[in-house]
Write a protein that binds this ligand. Structure first.
Ligand code: PAF
Length: 282
């Protein structure tokens, strides 16, 4: 495994690989890797000859300066996990390397970005589109791997790829969970032991709502999820939207879509957790 900091170096290595006919997979990350990331790496290694993992805390997608400053940076530990996972290249550029000049590109990502996380984190998806498009131009991957925990992010990236006409296949990978159901996230380490015990209520409630959904309207399922979670004084649902899993648009009735997905954001204490669940077509 090689750790590469410079764009030119990575491009040179990868063009040599491509000349040998190798297929390249990319797993974009912001580091602080956990088993969820490693499941993406595992899949990337299995489906490609070369696995590139980028580790870059992208400043343009943070709308909260404190969040950017306190984001964990653990490159040595990340590399120690990536090597045995079969990663070929770790791309770990500096901010100056990725953004020698400010990235002034403004993406119009349309309806998929205008709901849920979009209005609540202004500039976030534009920053994601900036960095992921740059990574795609640098790495020119055949496939790129993203976790379904950030369900809306995948839709936004697909839209960006379509608009730019990039020849990359986006592969979405299922959420990895702790044994008690909590979706893996770098933010889980910010939970106090007491809140950590409470956080699985989110996944548990979503799962229960799937079992109940058959006899209920969309609104009833929505209200069940919100009310159940909000009963805990330490938990506050920021939003719960049941959407069409392709367009991200909220549905009113089950027949509005073949692919209903519930997307939730909950404050557990002051830690913002996200999760989602797929409902059966009704
Ligand atoms: O999901 C993330 O970790 C980031 O948004 C990504 C895709 C690596 C872009 O910085």
């Amino acid at each position: 495994m090689k750790v590469v900091n410079r764009i030119e170096d990575l491009k040179r290595f990868l063009s040599q690989e491509r000349e040998k006919g190798k297929h390249i997979g990319l797993v974009p990350t912001m580091g602080a890797l956990h088993a969820g990331h490693l499941s993406l790496v595992k899949r990337c290694v299995a489906e490609n000859d070369i696995c590139v993992v980028s580790v870059f805390v992208n400043p343009t997608q943070f709308n909260d300066k404190h969040d950017l400053e306190t984001y964990p940076r653990t490159l040595d530990k990340d590399c120690a996990l990536l090597e045995p996972a079969g990663c070929t290249y770790v791309f770990a550029p500096s901010v100056e390397e990725m953004y020698p000049e400010p990235d002034t590109r403004v993406f119009d990502l349309g309806p998929v970005a205008s709901v849920m996380e979009g209005p609540r984190r202004p500039g976030h998806f534009n920053g994601v589109a900036q960095v992921v498009s740059k990574l795609f131009y640098i790495v020119e991957p055949d496939r790129a791997y993203f976790g379904e925990k950030d369900f809306q992010q995948i839709a936004v990236i697909r839209e960006m790829v379509k608009q730019l006409g990039l020849p990359v296949q986006i592969v979405d990978c299922p959420i990895c969970r702790e044994e008690d159901g909590l979706a893996l996230s770098s933010r889980n380490t910010r939970l106090s032991p007491e809140l950590r015990k409470k956080a699985p209520l989110i996944a548990k409630t979503l799962k229960e709502s799937v079992a109940k959904a058959a006899g209920m309207s969309v609104k009833e399922v929505h209200d069940f999820v919100v009310n159940t979670i909000n009963q805990d004084p330490d938990m506050e649902v920021e939003y719960y939207e049941i959407v069409d899993g392709n367009t991200m648009q909220p549905i009113q009735k089950w027949s509005d879509t073949d692919y209903p997905v519930g997307c939730i954001t909950v404050y557990c204490g002051d830690v913002r957790l996200i999760d989602n669940v797929k409902y059966n077509k009704q």
